[in-house]
Design a protein around this ligand. Structure first.
Ligand code: GDP
Ligand code: FO1
Length: 297
């Protein structure tokens, strides 16, 4: 199965799916529009959260970074007067260095990700949505800023006027993503932010067209009609849709099976189940329920 992922909601589902599906049956295409260079290294937050989840390394309190990691380097950088805008863990930074050493030698992000997955013992295929540079930029009441500046440095506080993906027009889906779109019949859009995580993947040239003849399953990232975390509601409104499952369905477009939380007010065609995944057992229950629904649909 091919899963489209951001860095929090879908990884929670992957935590369950990886326990049921053989590694060769689980492939993840990941958003890269939140990527950025920090202190000389390339950080790909969503790819890293997916890799750490599949390697059982993810910090499950934050859903970014490595569990038990320390921030000695980050802290000492601050002491030296370097205002590093993300609180990068030491082991996490080692991963960024591994990746960046390859990128600096001209290796594509796809290949660097494959090498990293191998080094972390991840057996599932993890593929960046693109090897080109695409960045999510937010136009706010306080100016135009990279998504990480809006979300991390400004805590998502400024009013949002619009969200754009710079570089998208010149970008292409990665070769790996295109090959998967040829091969896979079912595509699962995980419960991720429809604007900043799934939005860039679907906006890549040709992706929506190629999804038209697939069985597309989507799990809503809203629980009890609200995002569990993150800026989805504010960004959906900025996109001109309501922050509801109706808005999610509008943004995602072609869906054959839409799975919403059992408390959703959604009135369109859908299946309902409990989709909150606070623990490994809840992730497993959602994964099992979802695979049953897909098989029966
Ligand atoms: P990001 O890259 O860190 O923004 O992560 P994602 O886009 O992958 O995930 C953020 C979205 O996941 C938010 O809109 C949340 O509402 C959703 N989410 C987080 N936890 C859960 C959960 O347990 N169940 C569901 N259904 N959605 C969740
Ligand atoms: N998010 C934060 O809110 N604060 C941080 O200091 C922070 C550091 C960080 C380091 C590496 C990484 O891969 C992710 C990190 N994040 C941090 C997550 C942040 O990138 C966003 O939550 C996601 O991109 C939202 O989608």
């Amino acid at each position: 199965m091919l899963v489209l992922s951001g860095g929090t909601g879908t990884p929670k589902l992957l935590r369950g799916l990886k326990e049921i599906l053989p590694a060769s049956d689980l492939t993840v295409v990941v958003n890269t529009a939140e990527d950025l260079w920090i202190s000389g290294n390339y950080i790909s937050p969503d790819i890293d959260s997916v890799l750490y989840t599949l390697a059982d390394l993810i910090d499950e309190k934050k859903w970014w970074g490595i569990k038990g990691d320390k921030t000695l380097t980050h802290d000492f950088l601050l002491t030296l007067g370097v205002d590093e805008k993300l609180n990068v863990g030491d082991k996490d930074r080692a991963v960024h260095i591994f990746r960046s050493n390859l990128l600096r030698r001209g290796v594509k992000l796809s290949l660097a990700t494959e090498a990293l997955a191998g080094a972390l013992g991840v057996e599932q295929k993890v593929v960046p949505m693109t090897d080109d540079i695409v960045s999510t930029v937010v136009a706010t009441s306080e100016g135009v800023m990279h998504f990480q500046d809006f979300w991390v440095s400004r805590h998502g506080e400024p009013d949002v006027r619009s969200v754009v993906f710079t570089g998208m027009e010149e970008a292409l889906p990665s070769q790996g993503f295109l090959a998967l779109l040829e091969k896979e019949d079912t595509v699962l859009i995980g419960p991720s932010n429809p604007v900043t995580s799934i939005g860039p993947i679907l906006a890549l040239p040709g992706v929506r067209e190629r999804l038209r003849d697939k069985k597309v399953v989507a799990v809503s990232p809203l629980v009890g009609n609200r995002p569990v975390s993150g800026p989805a509601a504010k960004l959906m409104e900025a996109r001109g849709v309501p922050a509801s499952d109706e808005g999610i369905a509008t943004l995602l477009g072609h869906i054959d099976l839409f799975v919403v939380d059992r408390k959703s007010d959604y009135r369109g065609e859908c299946k309902r189940m409990k989709t909150l995944m606070r623990t490994k057992n809840e992730s497993l229950a959602v994964a099992i329920g979802l695979l049953d629904m897909i098989e029966c649909s």
